[in-house]
Design a protein around this ligand. Structure first.
Ligand SMILES: [Zn+2]
Ligand SMILES: [Zn+2]
Length: 356
């Protein structure tokens, strides 16, 4: 009886974000009708990113005002296709990249789609993945290989492709360079692995030993718990035997941005990739007098996903250790708690499974 009623109504379950400092609420949300080139994807996994916590816990503004469905690390199965869809069919397994570019502006046409004039982030500009379904244009999807689990698809959709873009396109890390990464979370561990593929010397800084131990297991050249040193910068310089060529800040906090700047040598590149609305906490003269470069990196370019899939397929990227917990959609707030408590690298939501 209940099932019949449910089927007759075009709605889906979703975890809706209404305002900061309040838990997400599980609601029935109308399913949007499909446009001709759109696809309805049944979401199998959406993993929780620290940015989602910033919206809820710190009042970081979303581009679209709430109510909004958060979540930008999505993988699933094509459920239904619009009448002009040619690229996928029902039952295909897909990755939904975390950012969408328009394909039409100058940046998109010159292969700089992460600089798109109309760049949209899922779960920020438009509804995201903490829901049973997402509706998306066929051009925004990439096939997920049959042998790849969905949670691996979720990692690829955001942190792996984002890290690949940063290391290969934005910073172009060279063989033999010394790289320090602040934050041994999902993005940091992805960056570590990409930078090691470039044969750099990579050092990780975090405040949790258990996360740093994964970094060591992933062949970091050194790890440092910054809570255990008197002066973080001294600990880092001791560890790396001098100063760094490249420092990547993934946490977005002003204190670590200053520490990152302090361990960079003249001519070095400071990379900011931890999303933050803070004002930069250092003097312009530091950049000028030391001829440093300041580099931003955002986005998950869809056309790079096949390169990343190949790296994973070739066994060059490890990932199992990065998946810490699994939860059904109904327990999304408990899932967020695992990140709040520093207990998780990636916690995976399974919107279409009742029990896990
Ligand atoms: Zn993210
Ligand atoms: Zn564009």
């Amino acid at each position: 009886m209940i099932e019949k009623k449910y089927k007759s109504q075009p709605t889906m379950k979703a975890a809706v974000f209404h305002q900061a400092y309040e838990p997400l609420s599980i609601e029935d949300v109308p399913l949007k009708p499909l446009k001709s080139t759109e696809i309805r994807v049944r979401i199998e996994t959406c993993s929780v990113c620290h940015v989602d916590l910033q919206y809820v816990d710190q009042g970081l503004a979303t581009a679209k005002a709430p109510p909004l469905i958060l979540g930008h690390e999505i993988s699933g199965v094509v459920e239904e296709t619009g009448k002009n869809v040619t690229l996928f069919r029902s039952g295909n397994r897909v990755i939904v990249p975390g950012t969408m570019s328009c394909g039409k502006c100058l940046a998109c046409k010159s292969w700089n789609e992460t600089q798109c004039d109309h760049l949209k982030i899922l779960g920020n500009h438009v509804d995201g993945g903490y829901a049973e379904y997402i509706t998306i244009d066929q051009n925004q999807l990439v096939s997920l290989p049959d042998e790849f689990p969905f949670e691996l698809g979720s990692l690829i959709s955001n942190v792996f492709v984002g890290a690949y873009h940063l290391v290969y396109d934005r910073v172009n890390i060279h063989q033999g360079e010394t790289v320090v990464i602040f934050g041994s979370g999902g993005f940091g561990l992805s960056l570590l692995q990409m930078a090691k593929l470039k044969q750099a010397h990579v050092y990780m800084v975090d405040i949790f030993d258990w996360k740093l131990n994964i970094a060591r297991d992933y062949n970091a050249d050194g790890i440092l718990n910054s809570n255990k040193c008197k002066v973080c910068e001294e600990g880092i310089c001791d560890m790396i035997g001098g100063k760094a060529d490249v420092v990547i800040e993934t946490t977005g906090t002003p204190r670590t941005m200053v520490q990152a700047m302090n361990v960079l040598h003249k001519g070095g590149r400071l990379v900011l990739s931890g999303y933050s609305e803070n004002t930069l906490p250092f003097l312009a003269a530091r950049i000028i007098m030391n001829e440093m470069s300041l580099i931003g990196s955002i986005g998950t370019p869809l056309r790079k996903i096949p390169d990343v899939i190949k790296l994973v397929n070739d066994g060059k990227i490890r990932w199992q250790e990065m998946i810490t917990y699994h939860f059904p959609l109904s327990q999304i707030n408990e899932a967020f708690n695992t990140l709040r408590m520093g207990q998780s690298i990636r916690t995976v939501i399974h919107p279409n499974q009742k029990d896990i």
